[in-house]
Design a protein around this ligand. Sequence first.
Ligand SMILES: [Zn+2]
Length: 291
Amino acid sequence: MRLGAQMSTAGGTYTAFKRGEEAGCETMLIFTKSNRQWQAKPLTDKDVSQFKEAAEEYSHIHPVAVHASYLINVASPDEALWEKSYEALKIEVERCGQLSIPLITFHPGSYVDSSEEAGLHNIMRALKRLLEETEESAPGVTICLETMAGQGTNLGRTFEQLAQVLDGAGPDERLGVCFDTCHVFSAGYDIRTPEAYAATMKEFDKVIGLERVKFFHFNDSKYDLGENKDRHEHIGRGFIGEEGFANFVNDSRWAGHAAHLETPKTEKDEDGNEIDMDQVNLEKLRSLVKK
Ligand SMILES: [Zn+2]
């Protein structure tokens, strides 16, 4: 697998490559705009050319993937918020097109005070329109629904929910799934032992199809199986544990697939020095690969 982490773009989108290199990334996950604001300044020609130059200079760091803003909720029953979310998601996909970034993931959203069915229908409606409206501006961009932990009314907790949206919005080559280990585990799918992992993958294949998995978020979990809480922990230090991640990195079906850490960035050692935890977590993952 290609292993990497979420990288800051402070100072310009292109600057993430240098940080990725320092952390030991073979691939990386970025935000192309502030993840907690609706507004995004349009990319200038200079932004685009700087990013493309950096992508060439650091061509060993690939693929780059984007995480869409956390504010987006295309499951929302509030039509105004739905429209705002849809437009924001569309802009994010178009930015990927401009930057030649092949993958984007977004959180399916929350149905709030409506129903699961209504929420799933709204996501489907957004994806159908998105596929149509970005067919020319972002033809090479695969749009991925992220697997979710199932906090509150968050959708994407079960493989069935994801399948329903994918089937309803597709079939389309440009639709996929981003598999987050912490979220899937917290949603109740066990991946800790080879047997449990095999059963979960079999279930995913039956319900969604493994070919829909386009990339991964590798996070351990601060909470136990089925607790529906989205709290990321360093690799091997949470309830998933090292063996859980060994199942993924040694699965030949994922050879060449990208996986990104979204775990805390730093930690202090005994002397108060800052440790780059991405380096530590990446080394840990690499040590789990069987020779
Ligand atoms: Zn996410």
